[in-house]
Design a protein around this ligand. Structure first.
Ligand code: SME
Length: 189
């Protein structure tokens, strides 16, 4: 069972007992986070509240996630609009396709893991504290309709597990009825 979980969560066993203890704690923590994600998504809350709760959960349970937000395509414009987020408010509520890490993901349709933002030319800074960023797109019927964006104050903090967790969140979010979110994004200019 544990081996199965480790494989599932992409964590590998070690010979050392101390490491194994850490490993169990890690597995438990990951399972708890996943359970909480599922609880939020399966609640009867309006979609916007679910997105907000997901942002809060991820920011509060993963120490190197310092800002967590969802951007969605802004109507039929070639730009993204900030939806729910947790962390410091940002002035970058609208991001043109192709600009910054977020805008590049709107075009590439691929995860973008930036372990050190100082190495990126096409980057929109949200503050001097931010040292790294990860963006994972959300697809509905094969269309890239938005993304989850994480900023961290640490250099090179992101793991493959973080990426997998965020892919899971995006997959589950894509199954929500996002009409109200996409419509509000379209009507507010
Ligand atoms: N850094 C992002 C802008 C959004 S903030 O991180 C909230 C980017 O380069 O697209």
């Amino acid at each position: 069972m544990v081996l199965f979980l480790c494989k599932e969560l992409n964590i590998f066993t070690t010979r050392d007992n101390t490491d194994q203890k850490d490993l169990f704690t890690k597995v438990e923590e990951k399972m708890e986070t996943r359970n909480k994600i599922d609880q939020i998504l399966e609640s009867t809350d309006p979609v916007a509240n679910k997105l907000k709760s997901l942002c809060n959960l991820l920011k509060n349970s993963i120490p190197h996630f310092h800002w967590v937000g969802f951007y969605f395509v802004h109507g039929n414009r070639k730009e993204l609009k900030l939806s729910e987020f947790a962390g410091k408010p940002t002035e970058h509520t609208i991001i043109p396709f192709g600009k910054g890490i977020c805008g590049q993901v709107a075009v590439s349709n691929e995860n973008f893991v930036v372990q050190d933002v100082s190495e990126q030319d096409n980057y929109i800074s949200c503050g001097i504290d931010v040292k790294s960023e990860i963006v994972v797109p959300i697809f509905v019927n094969g269309r890239n309709i938005g993304q989850i964006d994480i900023d961290s104050h640490d250099v090179a903090p992101f793991t493959k597990e973080d990426e997998m967790l965020l892919e899971y969140v995006c997959e589950r979010v894509s199954q929500l009825d996002l009409k109200s979110i996409l419509e509000s994004s379209a009507s507010e200019v």
